[in-house]
Design a protein around this ligand. Structure first.
Ligand SMILES: *Cc1c(COP(=O)(O)O)cnc(C)c1O
Length: 361
């Protein structure tokens, strides 16, 4: 069978291995994992691999992805990372736990939970300095007082998200603050917070180096499970697979041409005026993959082919000494942005590999 291109080869066994190693590693510190599936558009096969690897929850930012996984028969505790007022009814129907920061949204969740005779569980996100979502610690007490009056809503935990917008590192200071806040809330309201979710793939270094994880007993991991890296410095986590996803594209032209364009220079397809260095004549290889398919800066050629540039549908490579011909395959590793964009492109075939058997979608 000739496989289609461009395609993303996805190794489910490597994802399962990563989930297992991370579950064991964090498990020793009393930390449970939510496997975050948003970068793979809620792929049920990837979610299943994460569950086989031992994650306790599947978390996604998109309700649609959770609905896809449930429809495919994936059985897990589903967590919605991003809520909105307008989706409140569907959230109550499809999701077990949601992360929240706005009282109006929680009121709406409570309303629909009553309508549907359900109990909806929530985790409140605390603003710890990264300035994306979160309730300010000083507002927390009043906020919780308001929620506790709502019926069919149960507060099961608090959490925070760092290193996303503001690039703020999880450290002993902010993690300790979150733990302290959990203690304060429990004392003030005489309740137990079962989940203290300290962050994402950026928490690896802190977890490895700290003397005391405090009350932190949960992390929400996407990148480390999928790409085997932590996300503070993007270093590979020992023992994990970093190439579970590989992009494969087809050579559609391979010719010796000058490196310096001929004629008057104007704007390129994206409004930039390109600058070139004359490096003489060399082998230029064009592949059938472009900005419509993938964030080109997120690609790294497995065979060290230099990416010279890209337009919507073409990537141009320096193919000198690689002997590539029309029809040949070129393979790339991906970073998080590359993965997210490739998964989102309808043109990129998703090719799941599980040991010997394959499923193409
Ligand atoms: C995306 C997301 C995560 C996962 O982040 P990774 O860096 O991929 O581990 C965790 N929490 C929230 C709220 C998110 O939106």
């Amino acid at each position: 069978m000739k496989l289609l291109m461009p395609r993303l080869d996805i190794s489910l066994s490597q994802i399962r291995d990563n989930a297992r190693i991370l579950s064991d590693l964090y498990g020793k510190q009393g930390i449970s994992l939510m496997g975050v599936s948003k970068a793979v558009l809620g792929s049920p096969l990837v979610a299943e691999a994460m569950i086989q690897g031992g994650v306790k929850f599947i978390a996604d930012s998109r309700l649609e992805n959770i609905q896809t996984m449930k429809a495919a028969g994936i059985s897990a505790q589903f967590v919605l990372l991003r809520t909105s007022l307008s989706q409140a009814e569907s959230i109550v129907e499809s999701v077990d736990i949601s992360l929240n920061t706005e009282i109006e949204t929680i009121k709406r969740l409570s309303y629909y939970a009553q309508v549907h005779h359900k109990h909806h569980r929530i985790i409140l996100m605390v603003e710890m300095g990264d300035l994306r979502e979160g309730i300010l610690p000083s507002d927390m007490s009043q906020f919780i007082r308001n929620i506790l009056q709502l019926s069919n809503i149960t507060l099961v935990g608090i959490g925070c998200n760092l290193a996303c917008y503001g690039g703020i590192k999880p450290d002993d200071h902010n993690m300790h603050q979150l733990s302290e806040l959990a203690n304060t809330i429990e004392q003030e309201f005489h309740l137990t917070l079962a989940i203290i979710s300290g962050g994402n793939s950026a928490n690896y270094e802190w977890c490895q180096s700290t003397q005391d994880t405090g009350r932190i007993n949960n992390l929400r991991l996407g990148e480390s499970i999928l790409l085997g890296r932590e996300s503070v410095g993007r270093t590979a986590i020992p023992g994990l697979h970093t190439k579970a996803f590989q992009m494969v594209a087809e050579v559609i032209e391979s010719k010796r041409k000058p490196s310096f364009p001929i004629g008057q220079v104007c704007q390129d397809a994206f409004g930039n005026v390109p600058k070139f260095q004359d490096q003489g004549i060399f082998q230029r290889v064009i592949i059938a993959l472009g900005r419509q398919d993938v964030l080109v800066s997120g690609l790294t050629s497995v065979k060290d082919l230099e990416i010279l540039g890209a337009s919507s549908d073409h990537i141009i490579l320096n193919g000198e000494n690689h002997g590539l011909q029309t029809g040949d395959e070129v393979t790339f590793n991906l970073d998080y942005g590359g993965l997210l964009s490739a998964m989102t492109s309808p043109f990129v075939k998703k090719h799941f590999v599980f040991r010997d058997s394959c499923v193409a979608v």
